[in-house]
Write a protein that binds this ligand. Structure first.
Ligand SMILES: [Zn+2]
Length: 231
């Protein structure tokens, strides 16, 4: 498997980029890694990089995007921060990745049993972490299903909050970045949400936050998102 080139990247659509990630994760869970010479890829990418996707995931040591999607050097922009939250610097990184470097798809990838989500559920306060976890609080409050034991001890509550957090951040990206919003509207990029299951190795992409405008989904416009209330 060769590293992406300017041509292979240019020929990809957001939908195809999604399929490449889905196929990579299928290989990962079947333990069928593609043959890839990483040192050769170092050589192939020495003049530049043309990654096809940008993945925002958690710092959790079990959730490396390159590994779980079976990708090599130069394939994806990997943005990692506890709780896979979005802030201005991360939006700036995504704008670079898509507008300047030609990436076709942004994935917000949460994961099960996330320590940051658990911390937010328990309203943990500690040093600079307090400010980071505050960005997860809206998702904790948006979880209305759980009436009792709204703490990290309640596994279902934690996973509900993790899911809401992914969906909120997908929406955040489009609402807070004019550049990315326009690119989605023009069908140049897609933004999708997904959840990685740390027990099975499987990634589930959420159909209800799959913002790709193409022939398969011609009616989608970002204007519709304004009225969306996330479940
Ligand atoms: Zn995490």
């Amino acid at each position: 498997m060769k590293a992406h080139t300017k041509e292979t990247q240019a020929n990809l659509t957001p939908r195809k980029a999604l399929e490449i990630l889905q196929e990579g994760n299928l290989r990962f869970i079947k333990n069928l890694k593609v043959q890839r010479d990483l040192l050769e890829q170092v050589n192939d990418t020495r003049e530049g990089q043309w990654p096809f996707a940008t993945i925002l995931s958690c710092i959790d040591s079990r959730t490396s995007s390159e590994l779980i999607f079976d990708q090599g050097l130069g394939d994806i922009f990997s943005i990692r921060i506890a709780g896979n939250i979005v802030n201005t610097d991360i939006l700036g990184s995504m704008e670079f990745a898509c507008k300047i470097a030609g990436s076709k798809l942004i994935v917000v990838l949460g994961h099960t049993k996330c320590g940051a989500v658990k911390g937010a559920c328990d309203h943990v306060e500690m040093g600079n972490l307090t400010e980071l976890l505050a960005k997860l609080q809206p998702s904790v409050y948006q979880e209305k299903e759980t009436k009792s034991d709204r703490t990290s001890k309640n596994k279902e509550f934690v996973e509900n909050v993790a899911q809401i957090n992914v969906k909120r951040n997908v929406k955040n990206i489009i609402e807070r970045s004019f550049i990315l919003e326009q690119m989605v509207e023009n069908g140049e990029i897609g933004v999708v949400g997904a959840m990685y299951n740390i027990e099975t190795g499987e990634v589930e992409f959420y159909d209800d936050v799959m913002y790709i405008r193409d022939t398969q989904n011609p009616d989608f416009t970002v204007a519709n998102l304004r009225d969306l209330t996330l479940a």
